[in-house]
Write a protein that binds this ligand. Structure first.
Ligand SMILES: [Fe+2]
Ligand SMILES: [Fe+2]
Length: 244
């Protein structure tokens, strides 16, 4: 896990990137944009040669997830793994032809992606927040990588230290989920699926990982959370009068 590649001076949200290596082959999850590329590709070489990178895996198609795609396509043989909803949009991040035959388009129901001697599970997480969205479960470490779910807005050492409790709630977690998650119905459907998994750690793309009791506390909080369209009303759709 890389937690500190976005400078605190940058007017950009902190973001975590992930490298998984098994039997000499690797995948990167949510590598980020141009701010993280140089440092990530250099540090990655300590663990794996760029030529052994099988996949760049994107939970969704946001700039902080995959805006560096052109550089990964140029410097490694990796294929991009992304929702079928975004498979034809992602090439817009790249120069013409760079992604030809190099996109694995994941159907809505997800699947298991083989690399090395293992499989990474691609779990449906649609509308959390993106319409075509996946989370990733590593059956060896039992870590669930949850992209923009479980996010807190913290920087530096705080982002690198796992939380054992959500009391107090970490900075930014409540307003982030209220606005970015689409609805409580979606949260409940997702909870039904993941409660059957054994999870050692839940690791979001921004902020601190959750472990131990914090995971159950987080699930119980989501189960009751009104968010997204649950909170929208006519007052949010008025013709604007203000200047910006
Ligand atoms: Fe996002
Ligand atoms: Fe994000």
């Amino acid at each position: 896990m890389f937690t500190d590649l976005v400078s605190e001076e940058a007017e950009a949200v902190q973001a975590n990137q992930f490298l998984l290596v098994n039997n000499g082959e690797g995948v990167v999850i949510d590598p980020g944009g141009n701010m993280t590329y140089n440092e990530l590709s250099l540090t990655m070489r300590k663990y794996i040669a760029p030529s052994r990178l099988d996949y760049v895996i994107a939970s969704h198609a946001d700039p902080d997830i995959i805006a560096s795609l052109d550089r990964w396509m140029s410097s490694t043989p990796a294929k991009l793994v992304i929702s079928s909803l975004w498979a034809r949009f992602a090439p817009h991040f790249c120069k013409l032809g760079k992604t030809d035959d190099r996109i694995v388009s994941v159907p809505d129901q997800g699947g298991r992606l083989k690399f090395g001697q293992t499989e990474l599970w691609l779990l449906p997480a649609h509308f959390m927040h993106s319409e075509g969205n996946f989370h990733f479960y590593d059956p060896i470490s039992k870590i669930l990588f949850t992209g923009d779910l479980g996010v807190s807005l913290v920087h530096g050492a705080e982002a690198a230290s796992p939380l054992d409790s959500l009391n107090p709630m970490p900075a930014g977690m409540v307003p982030f989920h209220q606005r970015y998650m689409v609805s409580n119905k979606i949260l409940k459907l997702w909870l039904r699926m993941v409660r059957s998994l054994e999870i050692s750690m839940l690791v979001p793309q921004h902020g601190s990982p959750l472990r131990g009791p914090a995971i159950g506390e987080f699930f119980n909080w989501l189960d009751k959370l009104a968010c997204g369209v649950d909170l929208m009303g006519p007052e949010h759709y008025q013709l604007p009068q203000n200047r910006i």
